[in-house]
Design a binder for this molecule. Structure first.
Ligand SMILES: [Zn+2]
Length: 398
């Protein structure tokens, strides 16, 4: 699949900010050690909640949610380390998801960057597959490509840096991990375009889309994007739930909260810090103009606010047709269907609803299918940037 190799455009300064952004609390070493095989979970994003040997070369692994109730997305990531192997050996793995059906198809990697999907069979809450191990060659197995805090740090570092652009930390998570952020300042008083991601830890295809989208947004020399960067301040917060991602959580923060239900209550430091940033910009006379929130689900879909949405005080959103205009332009530009679902859930605390009710503007939940072709994710994200830029500029007050 090789997706991550395409995400970082300038390869030279990759490691500079890693020290500042790498997670603090170490993941508990929940190693499953057997005579011929160690199943290691000593890295960020790793997650297995128990294992047992069921045959000479067969192992059963248990996947359990961080807490209940939960929207079930049984995430897993681990490293297979053969012990004393002298010839290739096939091992058979059975993953049992507790409290949820199997969701993520297995992928393998020897370096955590290049991933290959592998054949598997699935039955209700069980997934079975085989991995052939080579002597002295550990193999990573995960439900999706791994994108951890270090990779986000490297990627943000690779974006344009200059007097108008800064990497910074929005604040800290509940466990003290940084919320890495990037801003592009077009000028004082200019409106803000806000992009966030990874509220839900396993939603990696959404993360891939966010990175491709942002690369195009910041690097493209297309006239429309150069104009967008002149007219809009941009805020990027790609890793909203760093604790959940580091711990391999299925959905929640370490506070047991679904962050994308927390935007009105703001019980969590992660939502509080973004809210504080946006309030500050508003107070400085810079309006929040539009926001995107990247996620993954079973298929590609855009969850939008209805064009005729009325806020709790009865007032409409500004630029009511901005999103319908954008998605129509996007549909005309790509070869596959653009599904959108307008909706409003006044009390649920979803980010797009919070943006609508707080700032009176549109916001979209950009959902990418778990199994969407990785090239399609990139092509769609790049078409989405160009069409969105055209639409935002059309709606910008002259
Ligand atoms: Zn989600």
């Amino acid at each position: 699949m090789g997706v991550l190799s395409h995400l970082t455009r300038s390869g030279s300064s990759l490691l500079l900010s890693v020290a500042a952004l790498t997670s603090v609390g170490a993941v508990a070493a929940a190693q499953c050690e057997f005579a011929q095989l160690t199943i290691a979970t000593d890295f960020d994003t790793a997650r297995v909640d128990g294992c047992e040997q069921t045959g000479e070369h067969a192992y059963r692994l248990h996947l359990k949610p961080e807490d209940l109730p939960i929207n079930p997305s049984p995430w897993y990531a681990f490293r297979l380390e053969p012990n004393g192997l002298t010839a290739p050996q096939e091992v058979k793995l059975t993953l049992v998801s507790h409290n949820g059906p199997a969701r993520y198809a297995p992928k393998v990697s020897t370096d955590k960057f290049q991933w290959q999907p592998i054949p598997y069979s699935e039955n209700d809450n069980r997934m079975q597959f085989k991995v052939t191990l080579q002597p002295s060659q550990p193999v990573y197995v995960a439900g999706q490509e791994i994108i951890d805090a270090t990779m986000y740090a490297n990627w943000l570092e690779s974006l344009p840096q200059g007097p108008q652009q800064q990497l910074f930390t929005l604040g800290e998570s509940a466990q003290g991990r940084p919320l890495p952020a990037y801003q592009h300042i077009a000028g004082e008083g200019k409106p803000w375009f806000v992009i966030i991601g990874r509220q839900h830890p396993p939603e990696v295809t959404g993360a891939l889309a966010l990175m491709h989208f942002s690369n195009e947004l910041m690097f493209s020399d297309a006239a429309v994007l150069e104009r967008l960067r002149k007219e809009f301040n941009i805020l990027l917060v790609p890793l909203m739930n760093p604790d959940g991602v580091a711990l391999g959580n299925w959905r929640h923060t370490t506070g047991g909260v679904d962050l994308n239900r927390d935007w009105f209550k703001r019980a969590e430091p992660e939502s509080q810090q973004l809210h504080a940033f946006l309030q500050k910009r508003e107070k400085a006379g810079e309006e929040v103009f539009f926001a995107l929130d990247f996620h993954s689900t079973h298929y590609n879909i855009y969850y939008t606010m209805p064009a005729d949405y009325k806020r709790p005080d009865g007032s409409p959103l500004q630029h009511p047709h901005l999103v319908t205009d954008w998605l129509a332009d996007l549909a005309a530009r790509i070869d596959w269907e653009v599904k959108d679902k307008p909706g409003s859930n006044p009390d649920r605390g979803v980010f797009k609803q919070y943006v609508a009710d707080t700032f009176a503007v549109h916001s979209v939940t950009y959902e990418v299918g778990d199994n969407t072709n990785r090239q399609e994710i990139k092509t769609t994200a790049e078409a989405a940037v160009v069409t969105l830029a055209e639409t935002l500029l059309e709606h910008l007050p002259k």
